[in-house]
Ligand binder design. Structure first.
Ligand code: CA
Length: 223
């Protein structure tokens, strides 16, 4: 996980960083609210651990500002143990969870894991659907009109990419980059080959063709 820790008690901040790094996480540290807000705004972290009592803008204000700016990184607030008011204000401000100080590092780690899991689940739909075509992302299964379609992993990845971009034209280069990475030969006809495989499996025998071609540009999925 990529974690931002905002905590003005330097020794505690560094201890948290050490524990997290020992667990294999990458950690950014901020020692006050302003710095924390600026770093949190990059919104590339998986979790933000945010102390409430900070010099300058406090943790609750940081939290509000992040949410106002549409940063949806999960936030775990660190609060004084007995401060119910702060916890309520923190949750109202858009924090996801809180942990009272002093805390056990095991609990901090467990709560961070729970937050990042919740986020993955919230962001990732477990199925994609277009007309009667359904892609079950958990079970890696594709069905059309209730009938199972056997797909190779690459075909599945291509179909998933097209379905995630339903209705949008995807160029050959975008497909190449997405499925094969950047070290492909630019004039490769891989994409056309795989799209033709996919067509045979997805559209053949159906009156409604779901995979469309924009000649010279790329492909799209949808009607
Ligand atoms: Ca503090």
């Amino acid at each position: 996980m990529y974690v931002l820790v905002v905590e003005d008690e330097r020794r505690l901040a560094q201890l948290i960083r050490r524990v997290l790094e020992e667990e294999g996480h990458t950690v950014d540290l901020a020692y006050d609210g302003e710095e924390g807000l600026a770093m949190g705004m990059e919104s590339s972290h998986d979790v933000i651990v945010l102390d409430i009592l900070l010099p300058g803008i406090n943790g609750i204000e940081v939290c509000q500002a992040l949410r106002k700016n549409r940063v949806d990184t999960p936030i775990l607030l660190l609060t004084a143990l007995d401060d119910v008011q702060d916890r309520v204000r923190g949750l109202d401000a858009g924090a996801d969870d809180y942990l009272g100080k002093p805390f056990a590092f095991q609990e901090l780690l467990a709560r961070m894991r729970a937050l990042s899991r919740r986020r993955v689940q919230a962001r990732e739909p477990d199925r994609l659907q277009s007309a009667d075509l359904v892609l079950d992302l958990n079970r890696r299964r594709a069905e059309r009109a209730g009938r199972l379609i056997e797909l190779s992993p690459k075909e599945f990845a291509l179909l998933e990419f097209l379905m995630r971009n339903e209705g949008r034209v995807i160029t050959r280069t975008q497909i190449l980059d997405h499925l094969w990475g950047y070290d492909h030969t630019p004039d490769s006809n891989l994409v056309d080959v795989y799209v033709s495989y996919l067509r045979r499996k997805v559209d053949k025998g159906h009156a409604d063709k779901l995979i469309g071609t924009i000649r010279g540009v790329g492909y799209f999925l949808g009607r």
